[in-house]
Write a protein of this length. Structure first.
Length: 350
């Protein structure tokens, strides 16, 4: 069958699968788009936690890491790579992945460096948390899996990582779904002080800047991260079992080092690694993203995040922005999995 017909058939089946599921579960919520050309998202009722696990996970050497990852869907389908943030893990996509797999995608969700089953291949490798290093990790994973191009989606650290790949390696990125929009930054840009209320929202990065903060996070990371979940998603009533599934990933021996370095590097309090200098220089210019993109925001995001109007022009290709309503917080894929999955399917059709 010709490739064009195959693609059209897959798109029809993907839309049909989501529509059938939506009809069965009912419709709620709303979305706002900045582009009138964008198809309205199909939003339906589905509670986070419907799926409890991914079953068996996989491991592969990629770059400086041995990466642990979940894979759902047939290997010959169009790949989607979903990236989690801090302090979360691959279970942010535990309900998204089967939706996308049923719509005809191969879904890959890796643990980032410092999380879960992902480990450094060498004890000598610096436990670097800077933004470009994490993006290079994902490019290395794609190479190891033989994936030339994928749809990328993410939130928090994951959104930033997906942004970077879309900006610096657009040939590797088919399309993008980014929660909270454009998150590429630089230590130089972060030197600019924010209004007091905004600085208050970043309280933890100042805590992490101190030795007391590093020791405190090492000692209390479980309770610390549970607090962040509550503050970042004040209307998400997750249960203890949901948190504990993700909390296990914070026991990674490199977790604290990577997290502390990430936040200290952002403020210019510690150095990155020289091999990433050229990438960081390019990122400091805040490069535009030209690939098709949908950005999402929850209407109850309690974490620091930019206003959508401040970054809309950074997406120079076909683009739309949506606010997902219903008390959705920072961990949008886990709190609103069907809306996130629908965005992936729609951006693939841009």
């Amino acid at each position: 069958m010709p490739e064009k017909i195959n693609y059209q058939r897959r798109r029809f089946l993907a839309t049909a699968a989501m529509t059938i599921a939506t009809t069965q579960l009912g419709v709620f919520g709303s979305a706002t788009a900045q582009s009138s050309k964008t198809k309205p998202a199909v939003l339906s009722t589905i509670k986070s936690g419907t799926n409890k696990s991914f079953g068996s996970l996989k491991q592969i050497d990629a770059g400086v890491l041995n990466v642990g990852y979940a894979e759902v869907g047939s290997a010959n389908r169009r790949p989607v790579i979903l990236l989690h943030g801090w302090p979360y893990d691959i279970h942010s996509y535990v309900d998204v992945a089967p939706l996308l797999a049923s719509a005809g995608y191969r879904v890959i969700i890796p643990y980032l460096r410092g999380y879960g089953m992902t480990s450094f291949l060498s004890s000598e490798t610096f436990r670097n948390g800077q933004q470009s290093a994490i993006a290079v990790d994902i490019i290395a994973l794609m190479d190891a899996l033989g994936i030339k191009k994928a749809i990328l989606g993410g939130f928090d650290w994951g959104a930033r990582t997906a942004n970077i790949i879309a900006a610096l390696w657009p040939e590797r990125c088919q399309a993008l779904v980014s929660v909270s929009g454009y998150l590429i930054g630089s230590p130089e840009a972060n030197k600019m002080p924010l209004p007091p209320q905004a600085e208050l929202e970043w309280w933890y990065q100042f805590y992490f800047a101190t030795e007391r903060g590093r020791i405190g996070y090492e000692k209390y990371r479980h309770d610390f991260n549970k607090l962040i979940w509550r503050l970042a998603s004040p209307q998400w009533h997750f249960d203890d079992a949901t948190f504990e599934r993700s909390a296990a990933s914070f026991n990674n021996p490199d977790h604290v080092s990577v997290v502390i370095h990430n936040y200290r590097w952002r403020l210019g309090l510690t150095e990155g690694e020289p091999q990433y200098d050229n990438l960081e220089k390019r990122l400091a210019q805040a490069p535009a993203i030209a690939i098709p993109t949908i950005t999402l925001e929850g209407d109850a995001n309690g974490a620091p995040h930019p206003d959508a109007n401040s970054y809309a022009k950074k997406f120079s290709g076909r683009y739309s922005h949506r606010v997902i309503k219903g008390g959705v917080g920072h961990n949008l894929p886990q709190e609103a999995p069907r809306e996130f999955a629908q965005a992936v399917i729609e951006v693939d059709d841009y």
